[in-house]
Write a new protein. Structure first.
Ligand SMILES: Nc1ncnc2c1ncn2[C@@H]1O[C@H](COP(=O)(O)OP(=O)(O)O)[C@@H](O)[C@H]1O
Ligand SMILES: [Mg+2]
Lengths: 267, 512
């Protein structure tokens, strides 16, 4: 149990409805994380602390290492230097630790990655039945509640291929939530969607944020960031260039690169 | 009469009236080169078919087939044991009808009716009356099973019965065809011990007694430590191997039970319920037991004809399938030893023809066995076929595995599934579904390739053909004999390929 000292001073302008608990120890600690692909240095010393209940948005140009970083948090990628501690468990080669972290962390992918040979309901109950060892009945009840919450209970018995992109992504969110995670990771969840479907996915993500879930979201949806983000991190070339509350980032960005990037995506 | 549609109004799709002449015109005669091809095709068919048909209907002497029908079907399988083959056919009717009713319901009714019609047609042909009655009752069994299963298809137990029948059919076939040799008491005792070990391991593993009695935490290890300890004692030298085996299966069952208590609950319950009946059956497998007297062993040297062809095929399919999957996974393994072994094996087998493998199995296999142990020619051929087919199966499965996107693994791992669960629940079901056509192709090829065992001296369908042709009164009847067995091969090959297409459709391969 290694816990980082709370060095963080809460942001000045906290959103009223924020659930972030800055008085508690951070639930994700990344210290000086490095990652290479062959000779290519993809993450060059990322440090970040995420507090329970906090919503963190990561943004930055393509290829800046955003995906690589959040995939390190549940060990889909392995970092080669530095430390990552999730809810008190350090990610090392120890399979037990990895297993423990993955149970606490849900992930939603850009390409949905639903299991095409299983129905929506089976997709959502798979984890609870086989990982949490719940009885099928309980898993199905919880899954139906989640699908209700996502607004798609009537799709339960269809196959993913029969749904629209927005519906598929909401199933993916339900599938991750069914594991009762403490933390949700989103890697550009709306980038593969047609414009009219982006909103339906953002709506459930905003609802999730307001319910107090800890979220790390890679996205360029600045409306989402303004609505629910507690803090934002700007990534460029494998480093955190700048971080701050949405107000700070949008109204008084300190770094030239942040300004330039924001001006590009806001127009 | 074109008028604009009112908002929300929809029209039915245009109906097309298709007349026979219209169909013929559109599909066969236009444009003009189609007409030429049609005419050429018809001429070719006429030129090919008329001589064959004329020969088959007027000149051919089918007596050779009629007289030797039993030989073609079952070879030298003893006449007094033939009822066992019929029993299996009835069981097959029952299994097919029942699982059709439960799993497919009224779907593919045409195919079902064609099958039924074929059997009833056989009942009308001029076979012996007893035989005709059997064909008829076989059809009736299937139909009855279907109707009952259809009626109860919504109930859970009907499904369970269907799966049990499908799973158990293969082992039952082997047991019934082979029969019981009359095990001595020691053997029976060991079998009973193994059965008990598996059951005890499973139940204790699922039950986790330490949650109730802390003392049981280590006590339960006694299950496999006791046989292991006995194996080390000098007094038990003769029993060393079976004891270690007993410890191993008990331990494996215990681990299985522990890791999957919820999914195995039903299975364990069935096993517990069957424990005493199984022990009773085991007892009856003794030298004077009921089973031994009812179904005495029939040596594999007497298996022959279509029966042997089927047995070789079924054994080949049932064993090469899992073996091939393991080899395919091995070839993609991160562990170098497993990977290299899989690659060497697959590439070696793919580099030699089946005949060579069959000869090797006949002459080389005995080298790998402990001294004093022999296995008969049919078993050796089966081993050769399995080892051969597994390499090809592995390559087919590997093709399916390669088509699965990386995101599927990532989503599974992110959910917390372990590598084994990811493989069995997510990756393999998709990979196998994608390669059903290729796998069925391989099964069809396997079915036909079994005819090569005739070369190593077995009397499968083809082997029987040569013995029949060697009979003095049927010399020179090659045309009739080879046409007949060719037809048999064709019927079953086509049946398999038809079935696979239906499975593909039902699973939506290429759609989802
Ligand atoms: N599996 C990989 N192999 C090699 N290079 C990779 C791999 N994954 C990502 N990269 C590289 O690492 C960099 C960061 O990628 P990524 O984290 O996906 O960026 P982002 O998500 O910010 O667009 C990119 O330059 C990308 O080309
Ligand atoms: Mg990315």
């Amino acid at each position: 149990m290694s816990q980082a000292p709370t060095t963080y001073t809460p942001p000045k302008h906290r959103r009223k409805e924020s659930h972030a608990r800055y008085d508690e120890p951070p639930i994700i600690v990344a210290r000086d994380v490095h990652k290479w692909y062959g000779h290519f240095h993809a993450l060059r010393g990322i440090s970040m602390e995420v507090y329970p209940g906090e919503v963190v948005v990561i943004f930055g140009p393509s290829g800046s290492g955003k995906s690589t970083f959040i995939r390190c948090i549940n060990r889909l990628e392995e970092h080669q230097r530095g430390t990552i501690i999730v809810d008190g468990v350090e990610l090392t080669h120890n399979l037990k630790n990895i297993e423990q972290v993955r149970r606490k962390v849900g992930m939603v992918f850009q390409q949905f990655n639903l299991f095409p040979h299983l129905t929506v309901l089976e997709n959502v109950t798979l984890g609870p039945i086989h990982v949490l060892k719940w009885p099928k009945k309980k898993a199905e009840e919880v899954a139906m509640e989640l699908l209700e919450r996502m607004g798609i209970p009537e799709q339960a018995h269809k196959y993913p291929g029969q749904l629209s992109g927005g519906q598929q992504q909401r199933v993916a969110i339900a599938r991750a939530l069914a594991m009762q995670p403490k933390i949700m990771l989103f890697d550009e969840p709306t980038s593969a969607l047609d414009p009219e479907m982006i909103k339906e996915v953002l709506d459930v993500m905003i609802e999730l944020a307001r319910s107090g879930m800890t979220m790390v979201v890679v996205t360029h949806e600045m409306g989402f960031a303004k609505a629910v983000a507690d803090r934002m991190f700007f990534f460029d070339q494998g480093q955190v260039v700048e971080s701050g509350t949405p107000e700070e980032i949008f109204t008084e960005p300190k770094e030239e690169r942040t300004k330039l990037f924001l001006s590009q995506i806001l127009h | 009469m074109e008028r604009p549609l009112a908002p929300g109004e929809t029209l039915p799709p245009p109906t097309e009236r298709i007349t026979i002449l219209g169909w013929i015109y559109r599909n066969l005669l236009s444009p003009w080169y189609n007409a030429v091809l049609t005419v050429l095709g018809l001429a070719l068919a006429y030129a090919l078919l008329t001589p064959i048909l004329r020969w088959a209907l007027t000149q051919a002497e089918w007596q050779v087939v009629v007289v030797n029908l039993r030989l073609f079907m079952v070879g030298q399988y003893p006449k007094e044991a033939l009822w066992r083959v019929w029993l299996l056919l009835y069981l097959l009717s029952l299994t097919a009808g029942w699982s059709w009713g439960v799993l497919l319901g009224k779907r593919y009714a045409t195919a079902g009716l064609v099958l039924l019609g074929a059997f009833i047609g056989l009942a009308v042909l001029p076979f012996a009356p007893a035989l005709r009655l059997r064909w008829f009752t076989l059809a009736l069994t299937a139909l009855g099973a279907w109707a009952l299963a259809y009626r109860w298809r919504e109930t859970g137990w009907a499904r369970k019965v269907a799966f049990a029948l499908l799973l158990l059919y293969f082992p039952i076939v082997i047991i019934v065809i082979r029969g019981f040799a009359g095990w001595d008491r020691a053997r029976q005792l060991w079998a009973a011990l193994y059965l008990t070990g598996v059951l005890a391991g499973l139940v204790v593993g699922m039950w986790r007694p330490e949650q109730r009695w802390p003392a049981a935490r280590w006590g339960q290890f006694g299950l496999f430590l006791v046989p292991l300890a006995l194996a080390v004692l000098p007094g038990f030298v003769a029993w060393r191997f079976p004891l270690v085996g007993l410890a191993a299966v008990t331990w494996a069952a215990w681990l299985t039970g522990r890791s999957n208590p919820t999914t195995l609950k039903g299975f364990a319950r069935v096993l517990v319920g069957l424990y005493l009946p199984l022990l009773f059956l085991l007892y009856q497998m003794g030298p004077s037991g009921i089973l031994t007297r009812a179904m005495p062993q029939v040596g594999t040297n007497l298996w022959g004809g279509l029966l042997l062809t089927f047995l070789l095929t079924i054994v080949g399919i049932v064993f090469s399938f899992p073996l091939g999957i393991l080899l395919a996974l091995g070839r993609r393994s991160v562990m170098p030893i497993i990977r290299v072994f899989s690659i060497l094996y697959i590439e070696f087998i793919r580099g030699v023809p089946l005949v060579t493998v069959l000869f090797m199995a006949q002459v080389m296999l005995p080298l790998f066995l402990p001294p004093g142990m022999t296995i008969d020619r049919v078993l050796r051929a089966m081993a050769g076929i399995v080892l051969f087919a597994a390499a090809y199966m592995a390559e087919n499965v590997r093709g399916g595995l390669q088509a699965i996107p990386k995101g599927q693994y990532e989503a599974a791992y992110a959910l917390g599934l372990n590598a084994f669960q990811t493989m069995t629940l997510i990756i393999l079901p998709q990979a196998l579904r994608n390669v059903i056509p290729v796998i069925v192709n391989q099964f069809i090829a396997l079915f036909k390739d079994t005819s090569l065992v005739a070369i190593v001296g077995l009397f499968d369908l083809l082997g029987i053909a040569s013995t029949v042709l060697a009979q003095p009164q049927f010399i020179g009847k090659q045309r009739e004999v080879y046409t007949f067995i060719g037809l048999i091969y064709w019927i079953f090959s086509y049946g398999m390929s038809y079935t696979s297409r239906q499975i593909e459709k039902a699973l939506g391969v290429g759609e989802r």
